[in-house]
Ligand binder design. Structure first.
Ligand code: PLP
Length: 394
């Protein structure tokens, strides 16, 4: 049998710490490796496979579109792109959409909008306030936006124009605001940062401050969007509306796509000022359209709230059993379990050996982000495996 992992070492950049598993097939919330071993997948491709693996509506939409029109440049109008933009607008507080290929690229677009807005309306202000422990992507600008030293260190000097401040603190944003500030960009819940849920009124206070100072509020919903937290977008639970929102991950149901959504006030690009060869091409747009339609028509968000509560109750149950679990936190189907020691890697391996895939989001924390279509029976199965793995550490 081919040793794929050795071949990878020889030919692929060694930038991601992988599990020793070569996945070859997926169906629903399950995946299989090249030895035929089955796993329950509570990572969902890092919160991407919203409808699970190979969902029939996504697979069918891809097959149909692949046999019709895969790609044209954005020099032409294409139907899936326009229909997807319409559906996003009709189900959010935004007026306009730009489609791209990833979360990072969506955030780049959002920051470019904010800078253009600053030129037009704030005397050339260009700085964007972002938060420590955030994650906004891997381009140089998004590394600068991402307030984590470990991602920034290898690439210093970084592009200017970003100020990182403490998360969940309105005072920190107020203090960092100057005449050069054009926008504030935050995640409604910090995902890669360890599923950090801010104070309940944080987004309301940020919104009020942005209104008072004439700043744009950009919400990075790349991880929290598309039903993940129990509403189509997390902002819908916060009592505010942002000016700009970015999406990716769950939007394409597994196919790479990103989106910038903006209100008319902030959609200030003019012809030629932004673009993308692949952005919103027919194939990716058709997959996203099928995913989003399924989520809306089947009220998947309501199911996320219900199964999410069930998952939370199981995680809480384990917290009361194992004293080294210090916190369980999250919303919908995005959860973390934090420990008083750095055992996440070992737990990930212990779960993997037993047929459950989870993510070690921090050395001392696991993250759970199963497909949105996960059942309570599958949660039960995951709980049994996790409990066994935890027991081996007590
Ligand atoms: N923003 C958030 C909140 C994310 O969680 C991520 C990825 O984890 C990104 C941006 C970057 O997205 P991508 O990896 O698609 O470029």
């Amino acid at each position: 049998m081919t040793n794929w992992q050795e071949l990878e070492k020889k030919y692929y950049f060694q930038v991601v710490k992988r599990l020793p598993v070569t996945l070859v097939r997926g169906q629903g919330a399950r995946v299989w490796d090249d030895t035929g071993k089955e796993y329950l997948d509570f990572t969902a491709g890092w919160a991407v496979n919203s409808l699970g693996h190979c969902h029939p509506v996504v697979a069918q939409a891809l097959a149909d579109q692949a046999n019709t029109l895969i790609h044209t440049s954005n020099q032409f109008y294409t139907v899936p792109q326009i229909r997807l933009a319409q559906l996003l607008v009709e189900n959010s507080c935004f007026d306009k959409v730009f489609l791209c290929n990833s979360g990072t690229e969506a955030n780049e677009g959002a920051v470019k909008l904010a800078r253009k807005y600053g030129k037009l309306h704030r005397k050339g202000a260009f700085e964007v306030i972002t938060t420590f422990n955030s994650f906004h992507g891997r381009t140089l600008a998004m590394v600068a936006a991402t307030g984590q030293r470990k991602f920034q260190q290898p690439y210093i000097p970084l592009p200017s124009g970003f100020v990182n401040v403490e998360y969940s603190s309105i005072e920190a944003i107020e203090k960092a605001t100057t005449s050069q500030t054009c926008a504030v960009m935050v995640e409604p819940i910090q995902g890669e940062g360890g599923v950090i849920v801010p104070a309940e009124d944080y987004l309301k206070k940020v919104r009020a401050w942005c209104d008072q100072k004439g700043l744009l509020l950009i919400l990075d919903e790349i991880q929290t969007g598309i039903g993940r937290t129990g509403t189509l977008f997390a902002y819908q639970q916060s009592g505010i509306e942002p000016d700009i929102m970015t999406l990716a991950k769950g939007l394409g149901g597994g196919v790479p796509i990103g989106a910038v959504l903006a209100t008319n006030k902030s959609a200030v690009f003019e012809l030629g000022e932004h673009g993308s060869t692949y952005g919103g091409n027919p194939l990716a747009s058709a997959a996203a359209l099928a995913t989003l339609k399924f989520i809306l028509e089947n009220d998947v968000s309501a199911k996320v709230r219900q199964v999410g509560q069930y998952l939370a109750s199981k995680l809480e149950e384990m917290k009361s059993k194992f004293d080294f679990i210090v916190e369980v936190r999250g919303r919908g189907l995005l959860w973390a379990m934090e420990f008083n020691r750095e055992i996440a890697d070992s737990l990930v391996s212990a779960c993997q050996e037993r047929g459950l895939l989870v993510n070690g989001v921090k050395p001392n924390a696991l993250r759970f982000m199963p497909p949105l279509i996960i059942s309570e029976a599958e949660v039960d199965q995951a709980k049994e495996i996790l409990q066994e793995a935890l027991a081996s550490f007590s």
